[in-house]
Design a protein around this ligand. Structure first.
Ligand code: FES
Length: 181
């Protein structure tokens, strides 16, 4: 789903009664569930990821209360599996079996990063925000490779046990945009 404007720039994903914890940031031990598509709500496992992408979009889910933390759009996560040999040293150190995760919220004006396309400035596929065409390279800590975004996407450490993915710590870096849409 591409957007041309910053939709829903408030931190609320939807109005109404949200269960406690649903707008809290991802926490250590959280599980991950698909945030869109046919499998929305289903647990994401390592088997759901193909080496080389595309990324999956996910929400964190509290394993104790089963609350999906979807009440803040800032909680949406991109999960991708890449060949570890393609990752830079820092990114490889954080990856689990080549799997890495980032905030899905663009650091420019806070649009969702929706595309996985060939970069405008290279021959590799990158995360792309369609609002103003910023591109982020997941192999290099989601650093900005094109466009107006001022900084990389926040990274989310993951853990992998028996094929199950979970959150291993807090977001590293600031989540969300710095400019008005
Ligand atoms: S909000 Fe992503 S490039 Fe502007």
């Amino acid at each position: 789903m591409a957007t041309t404007a910053c939709l829903g720039c408030s931190t609320r994903a939807r109005a109404g009664e949200d269960p406690p914890g649903s707008d809290e940031r991802p926490q250590k031990g959280d599980l991950l569930v698909f945030s869109e598509g046919d499998q929305e709500g289903k647990l994401v496992t390592a088997a759901d990821l193909k080496v080389g992408g595309p990324p999956l979009h996910a929400w964190p889910k509290d394993p104790t209360t089963s609350v999906v933390r979807s009440a803040s759009r800032l909680n949406e996560i991109l999960i991708i599996k890449l060949d570890p040999a393609d990752l830079d040293e820092k990114t490889r150190a954080r990856a689990v079996d080549g799997i890495i995760a980032y905030s899905a919220i663009c650091s420019h004006a806070g649009c969702p990063v929706t595309a996985w396309v060939k970069s405008d400035v290279g021959d590799k596929e990158v995360f792309k925000c369609m609002c103003h065409n910023s591109e982020f390279d997941p192999r290099a800590g989601a650093q900005v490779v094109f466009g107006p975004a001022p900084r990389r996407l926040a990274a989310l450490p993951l853990a992998l046990a028996d094929g199950s993915l979970s959150v291993a710590g807090n977001f590293m870096g600031k989540v969300g945009g710095t400019q008005p849409g």
